[in-house]
Design a protein around this ligand. Structure first.
Ligand code: C2G
Length: 709
């Protein structure tokens, strides 16, 4: 039986490694050795490797104590390999169970075989039932180079004697494209290459190119330089082979027309790469140049002439045309173009402040209190608020609809931005702009760069977050605990405003019976009953579509009403991501839906008891020193599967964790006992999380940002 040596270079991929190795061990074809080659990882990859090695004698390992790079590591794998065939697998990717079997079954006397590649969607378990028809095989001869357009050695089976006899190896001095010389060499040394469509490889799209880049996330400059070097070397080496020349020229062209053109959006960037681009363009076959579409042809011609001044001119003109084309594709795109090329070029409005809270959904949170402090103190500024719908608010701020033309206009021109969440990635920051990010809660759930890679719905989440948060100049922090987490989890290095949350000022300034009565009257709720506020968070795995989350009420309102209805009312408050309306019509006079009420801080003020789950609301509510109950019916799923926590929720929160409506009723009925039981925990919780809040956060924040104090 033929054996396969699977070569896996490993560098800092602890979070994916186990899945990758398991996917090999679970292959239906079991005659293999697995070479785990640790290229000086700094994480726990070696620990994982050691564990696996103990349990399976087919696993062989080597630990490089200095970084060698993927090309060199694969080469040493080739030297170590004892199998008849060689197969390369990356340590963040994985295979469906029958991949090796399909390749080996079709290996016959071929020197090499190509399999299929499928991008993995990391947010989902792979559904192997959708794989292509297993028996579909095509033999490539003349057009065999078409099979290496992706210039990757992954998911191909190579006969080892073929590799050794022809002395085929990876380039060791390249960061990117080290596969290309290997592939061109191998493909040129054989006549026929079968393509086995059913044999699939899951390539993981990585989420965190900032802390942990994968190879194809290297900087464009390095990619361009490396590619052009490989291109020139191969052009020299295969000078007489027409097919290889055509393949190389086409690779160059598609690299140029795609990523390079997108990258070259400024003269400064052109300066950096023009010489290598120009050298390569000269080596292109002139007949091929003739067939290129007009725009690109002009650019290639200037590159070939080495005329950088003219090239810059043409390139910029074409960039503008390309941008215009995209702009015409949609109104939002057009506005973004106007934002960049028109509004941003108009003078900055030095006295304009733009506010946004919860993506335009409400007049609330810290931006509201900062704004009110500024207007109450008659500061000399002009104000703009971003809303989805028109609102009744104090002062004479201009209201703009989110994503309207005015929205882009004011954001482009205003000196100041104040927001409690991220602003779109497309909104470049102008020189001189000051961006105050107030954020929206003390974190219990892990944030951005502390989050595990695997369950985020959007592969661009981390890179986008990184880019967006580079624009922040000030970040509000509610307590020392949050400052430490924000610095790490946001990779935030600029000024931290450590004054507590402006949104919590009113919990100190308005916490008196008269005010609370006025608020209750304005909310049209009874003043003679005690108030329970139920404010849960959202769940990553319950949604209708992107950004529209679903909430299923697990609190049995009929039981609550039967037991507590005489003395209490319940305010329901869903998280702002929740899209469904809860039907509470049968509980009229007992349950009130305050989900679309602007400011939750006012709800805190009127509530005697808070029920929540994993929402940050309890950190703020604790400022009132009133009792808190945790309705954590899905604790294990939420904490262990969806989100990790920063706190030990079972021991560190200031109230009991309850699992059923009965337990909730019981706790409310005996709330004074609960309070006594949790008093000392509550006190230390208050010290740790509420020490900075004292009613002055808005003032201190405004002084720091607008008065330089
Ligand atoms: N909120 C609300 N009503 C709810 C839940 C939350 O008004 N039912 C508001 C509160 O101001 C809360 C904020 O939204 O502090 C954030 O809500 P979380 O439930 O904590 O969840 P999330 O939006 O994921 O933010 O560092 C904080 C984290 O980023 C959490």
């Amino acid at each position: 039986m033929k054996s396969i040596s699977i070569i896996m270079p490993i560098h800092n991929t602890e979070e994916f490694l186990e899945q990758s190795i398991q996917s090999v061990l679970q292959q239906t074809y079991q005659h293999f050795e697995l070479l785990l080659l640790n290229d000086n990882s700094m994480d726990n990859s070696q620990g994982i490797i050691d564990e696996f090695q103990k349990s399976d004698s087919r696993i062989k390992t080597h630990h490089f104590t200095e970084r060698h790079g993927v090309g060199a590591v694969r080469n040493s794998g080739i030297e170590m390999a004892t199998g008849d065939y060689i197969y390369f697998l990356d340590s963040d990717d994985f295979l469906p169970p029958n991949t090796l079997q399909l390749l080996i079954e079709n290996s016959k006397n071929f020197d090499l075989l190509s399999g299929n590649e499928v991008l993995a969607d990391v947010s989902q378990e792979q559904d192997d039932s959708n794989l292509p028809d297993q028996n579909e095989i095509k033999i490539y001869t003349e057009e065999k180079y078409d099979l290496i357009r992706n210039s990757s050695v992954l998911n191909r089976l190579f006969s080892k004697s073929f590799i050794l006899n022809n002395d085929i190896r990876f380039s060791e001095d390249l960061e990117c494209f080290s596969d290309l010389p290997f592939l061109v060499h191998a493909f040129s040394a054989t006549k026929e290459v079968p393509y086995v469509k059913g044999s699939v490889y899951y390539k993981r799209r990585r989420n965190d190119p900032i802390s942990n880049p994968s190879l194809n996330q290297t900087s464009m400059e390095v990619q361009i330089t490396d590619f052009m070097r490989v291109y020139m070397q191969l052009k020299d080496k295969y000078i007489d082979d027409k097919n290889i020349n055509l393949f190389l020229d086409n690779q160059l062209l598609s690299f140029y027309r795609g990523p390079i053109v997108q990258y070259l959006d400024s003269n400064h960037k052109v300066d950096k790469v023009f010489p290598v681009l120009s050298d390569s363009a000269r080596r292109m076959n002139s007949n091929l140049v003739k067939t290129i579409p007009a725009h690109t042809k002009k650019e290639i011609r200037e590159l070939r002439k080495g005329n950088i001044a003219r090239y810059k001119k043409i390139n910029l003109r074409h960039q503008r045309l390309r941008n215009l084309k995209t702009a015409l594709k949609g109104r939002r795109r057009l506005y973004i173009q106007l934002y960049r090329s028109l509004f941003m070029k108009m003078p900055m409005k030095k006295k304009t402040v733009v506010f946004e809270s919860f993506l335009g959904k409400s007049y609330s949170d810290s931006p509201k209190y900062i704004y009110e402090y500024m207007i109450n103190n008659k500061m000399d500024y002009n104000y703009v608020w971003i809303f989805n719908e028109k609102k009744n608010i104090p002062g004479n701020a201009i209201q703009v609809k989110r994503f309207s033309l005015k929205y882009f206009y004011y954001l482009a021109r205003a000196k100041y931005w104040v927001s409690n969440s991220r602003l779109p990635i497309t909104l470049n920051k102008r020189e001189g702009n000051v961006y105050l990010q107030t954020w929206h809660g003390t974190p219990l759930k892990q944030l951005v760069f502390d989050m595990e890679d695997v369950y985020s719905a959007d592969p661009n989440y981390k890179p986008n977050f990184y880019k967006q948060s580079r624009r922040w100049d000030y970040l509000s922090s509610p307590n020392a605990y949050s400052s430490e987490i924000f610095r790490r989890a946001f990779k935030y290095e600029k000024e931290m405003l450590e004054f507590g949350y402006p949104r919590n000022d009113i919990l100190y300034t308005k916490n008196n019976p008269d005010n609370i009565n006025d608020l209750k009257n304005s909310m049209s709720i009874p003043t003679d009953k005690k108030v329970v506020l139920y404010a849960p968070t959202w769940r990553d795995d319950e949604f209708f579509s992107a950004g529209k989350y679903k909430f299923t009420l697990q609190l049995e309102l009929d039981k609550l009403q039967a037991e507590l209805g005489d003395n209490y009312i319940v305010l329901l408050r869903m998280h702002y991501f929740i899209a469904n309306q809860l039907d509470i019509s049968e509980y009229s006079g007992f349950v009130y839906d305050f989900s679309s009420y602007d400011d939750i801080a006012e709800l805190y003020l009127v509530s005697d008891i808070l029920i929540t789950d994993y929402s940050s609301v309890f950190f703020d509510f604790a400022n009132l020193k009133r009792p808190i109950l945790f309705y954590t019916y899905d604790l294990e799923n939420y904490r262990d599967k969806l989100r990790g926590f920063y706190l030990d929720i079972e021991n560190e929160v200031p109230g009991p964790l309850l699992r059923t409506t009965e337990e909730i009723i019981d706790a409310i009925a005996t709330i004074e006992d609960v309070q006594k039981e949790y008093q000392s925990k509550y006190d230390s919780f208050y010290k740790r999380f509420c020490a900075w809040d004292n009613g002055n956060a808005s003032k201190n924040t405004v002084n720091a940002v607008f008065k330089g104090k």
